[in-house]
Design a protein around this ligand. Structure first.
Ligand code: NZQ
Ligand code: ZN
Length: 386
């Protein structure tokens, strides 16, 4: 096991009716900016519940932070934060609203030339406006981590940021919210969380038995609850296991003491930026090719995954490892998620080359757990995913 440091300051309020406790978590004299997405919270009753809970506070609203939160829209919210002297941000939504809020939290305190620097210059945010979240869509884990991903349509870029000041002060996780989530987004949530675990698990063995088994537990739980969640999102037992699995997949517990990959996400973000494909689907497109391309260095963990998660006990290490990739593809496909780029766009032929060039320009020349995945490897992986 490798050395590690760990701290996660986010307070979690999990379960039915936890929204009623919202006011206690916000400083009593706060001037609150309530941030939300395209309007789902106005259709499913969450907006009214939040309004009710926020009665003791002066509240201003900013809606319209849609999927893949857009920089130019967030800059409008930043104006409000500054002109209205907002002291607390409350994100009510999925990963996009929460990530947009994290960006605003950092941007409000950023003294440099343009807040876009936070994305391009990898500035770790150590000072930020405090914020909390009410999660409406289990998927990203953003509710209990300090990362965010922001899109800029003007340049077709989608980049990550983060820092120790960007953990939410609290997150309210009521699994009942999934009742109104459309099947496409439920499938996305399961697939995103599944890939978060794979990025921190399909690397090489370092003897971290507990972390491996925790990763395998999250994968097994997601496989177990997926049919129930897809069939009946009002099944509270399935919903609660789904929601907590998504949080656990990316709250910083699984990577402790183990190598992590994250190349699938780096490549996937480009597919969203270039083709507008849902985040989770980009991972389902790239992951199988990535594991096949990097088979030699990953085959021991793939075989362990085959045995412990998919119960594949027969055959050589290589055969089990190969079979686990097929099982993974079938799992995504079973959720209604296509695993080839050409199933999403006709305009795919130059994609691999474009991503290779972008990574070269950015100096992203050594991705993955071994820091040896070159832009040429990335080009091959994307071509394999056509
Ligand atoms: O915008 P509204 O109207 O609210 O509708 C949303 C949106 O259309 C809808 N939705 C959310 N909760 C709902 C609901 N519809 C009905 N009922 C509810 N209870 O779902 C749609 C998708 O929402 P979004 O927030 O975009 O989804 P998700 O949570 O999957 O977030 C995706 C974003 O997170 C980033 C992704 O790149 C993407 O931009 N990620 C963030 C990470 C992080 N911060 O740690 C890690 C991830 O790997 C990921 O990159
Ligand atoms: Zn993800």
């Amino acid at each position: 096991m490798k050395n590690f440091k760990y701290q996660n300051p986010t307070k979690i309020l999990f379960g039915k009716g936890q929204l009623e406790n919202l006011a206690e978590e916000i400083p009593s004299n706060a001037k609150v900016l309530l941030l939300y997405g395209g309007g789902s919270i106005k259709k499913n009753g969450i907006y009214e519940q939040v309004q009710e809970a926020l009665k003791p506070f002066e509240v201003i609203e900013f809606g319209g932070i849609r999927a893949n939160p857009e920089y130019s829209i967030l800059m409008q919210a930043l104006e409000i934060i500054k002109s209205q002297k907002i002291s607390f941000l409350l994100a009510v939504g999925g990963g996009s609203v929460i990530d947009g809020t994290k960006f605003l939290s950092a941007a409000a305190f950023y003294k440099g030339e343009t807040p876009w620097d936070l994305l391009t210059q990898k500035i770790a945010s150590t000072n930020a406006l405090p914020f909390g979240t009410v999660l409406t869509l289990p998927a990203t884990g953003s509710e209990m981590n300090s990362g965010a991903v922001i899109t800029r349509a003007e340049t077709k870029e989608k980049l990550a940021m983060g820092g120790p000041a960007l953990f939410p002060k609290f997150s309210i996780l009521d699994p009942q919210v999934i009742r109104s989530i459309p099947p496409r987004q439920l499938a996305n949530g399961i697939t995103d969380a599944f890939n978060h675990v794979l990025e921190q698990y399909i690397t090489y063995p370092v003897g971290a038995s507990l972390q491996d088994r925790m990763a395998e537990s999250v994968l097994q739980t997601l496989i177990e609850i997926a049919p129930a969640v897809m069939q009946d999102p009002s099944d509270y037992t399935a919903a609660s296991n789904f929601m907590w699995s998504c949080t656990m997949a990316l709250n910083g517990i699984l990577p402790l003491g183990v190598p992590t990959d994250w190349a699938v996400h780096a490549i996937g973000h480009e597919l969203t930026a270039l083709h507008g494909i849902d985040h989770a689907r980009t991972l389902a497109i790239i992951a199988p090719s990535h594991y096949r391309h990097n088979f030699e260095s990953k085959k021991d963990k793939l075989a362990q995954y085959a045995e412990r998660v998919w119960n594949i006990t027969e055959g050589t290490t290589a055969a089990k490892a190969q079979e686990s990739i097929v099982k993974t593809e079938e799992f995504f496909q079973g959720l209604g998620i296509n695993t080839k780029l050409s199933q999403y766009t006709d305009n795919y032929e130059r994609t691999a080359q474009t991503i290779m060039k972008r990574f070269t320009e950015r100096g992203w020349t050594g991705l993955g757990e071994n820091k040896n995945l070159t832009p040429t490897d990335v080009e091959k992986i994307v071509e394999m995913a056509y």
